[in-house]
Design a protein around this ligand. Structure first.
Ligand code: HXC
Ligand code: NAP
Length: 283
């Protein structure tokens, strides 16, 4: 359904673009004609991803950057403007997370996650936004959140707090910056078994299996399923979508919400037995 030049002429910065879902988005956007910039803390990881993209004929700039540090973000943005002359899309994808009983967290552990996810996303958005407003060009921000931004979740409380903040930023700036032609969109992915996420969130087979079991479609996501939605949302075809979050989770969060959804586990025989127990009509 995508034209091969869908993103031609667009420069896209993906934070955390060296690995996992960020890398999948960089790859898909590059296939669709975008010029790419990726940042993250580990230079060797970025280098390897950039090299792979370049071999596919994609223009890429990369730089080691900790999104918790506004000065490093400003230097990264300058490198992008020097290389490409402009930026069209910022994807706030970099994240830190791990499962833990909340009472075991130190203040530094709380800060580690919230500073990457909430402060990092806001610093990057501010830096790009100021430049877009000064240049009068407009732009698009795509924030990668999680469905627990609105449901909350046990055992990942700093991440849930931070993603809720990023979703609030998405909706707030959708209104405030629309007059500058800056659009805000978000995606809430369900479970995608990337190395970065699974090593910290599903470190045992039991936990990993439980992640897939919660999805009514009976499987986890494929990175390209997220990347395709992202490509659409940053494209000109989505030009009137502003402040919206799209969930790409196979129905996972709704499964957790509906009181009777656990009954999907019952067999036909179970239903025959149970149905016979339920009063019908007035008797
Ligand atoms: C308890 C921990 C911990 C753990 C670190 N800390 N890991 N506490 N359990 N597993 C504590 C440390 O002891 C320290 O506190 C503080 O956190 C900072 O630790 P550092 O190692 O110095 O932090 P840093 O090097 O900045 O690393 C940040 C990180 C790390 C978040 C802790 O995991 C990271 O780099 N993650 C990046 C990639 C990532 O997380 N990807 C997953 C994204 S998936 P003290 O007090 O001891 O000094 C996602 C969506 C999930 O977000 C949704 C799934 C469905
Ligand atoms: P990932 O591979 O671990 O991606 C996280 C990326 O962020 C890494 O490339 C990491 O690179 C970078 N990063 C972390 N801290 C950073 C910092 N301080 N500065 C700059 N970059 C930093 O995990 P993923 O699964 O692809 O996650 C991508 C996004 O999807 C995240 O926003 C995550 O919350 C979201 N998400 C994922 C899932 C899932 O099931 N996978 C579900 C819901 C939401 P460095 O370590 O080199 O810095």
């Amino acid at each position: 359904m995508f034209q091969h030049d869908l993103l031609k002429g667009k420069v896209v910065l993906i934070t955390g673009g060296g690995t996992g879902l960020g890398k999948a988005m960089a790859t898909r956007f590059g296939e669709l004609g975008a010029e790419i910039a990726i940042i993250g803390r580990r230079l060797e990881v970025l280098e390897e991803t950039a090299h792979g993209l370049q071999q596919q004929g994609v223009n890429v700039v990369f730089r080691s950057c900790d999104v918790r540090d506004p000065e490093q973000i400003a230097a990264s943005m300058q490198q992008i403007w020097d290389a490409y002359g402009h930026l069209d899309v910022l994807v706030n994808n970099a994240a830190g997370n791990f499962i833990s009983p909340t009472e075991r967290l130190s203040p530094r552990a709380v800060d580690a996650v919230i500073n990457i996810v909430l402060h990092g996303s806001m610093y990057c958005t501010l830096e790009a936004g100021k430049r877009w407003i000064a240049a009068g060009t407009g732009g698009t921000v795509l924030n990668i959140v999680a469905s627990y931004a609105w449901t909350g979740s046990a055992y990942v409380v700093p991440s849930a707090v931070a993603k809720a903040g990023v979703l609030a930023m998405t909706r707030s700036l959708a209104v405030e910056w629309a007059k500058y032609r800056i659009r805000q969109v978000a995606i809430a992915p369900g479970p995608f078994p990337t190395e970065g996420a699974w090593s910290r969130l599903a470190p045992t087979p039991e936990i990993a299996d439980a992640m897939a079991d919660r999805v009514p479609m009976g499987r986890t996501g494929k990175p390209e399923e997220l990347a395709n939605m992202a490509a659409y949302l940053i494209s000109d075809y989505a030009s009137f979508i502003n402040g919206e979050v799209v969930t790409v989770d196979g129905g996972e969060w709704l499964y957790g919400a509906g009181e009777f959804n656990g009954l999907t586990r019952l067999s036909t025989d179970d239903w025959d037995r149970i149905s016979a127990l339920i009063p019908r009509g007035k008797k």
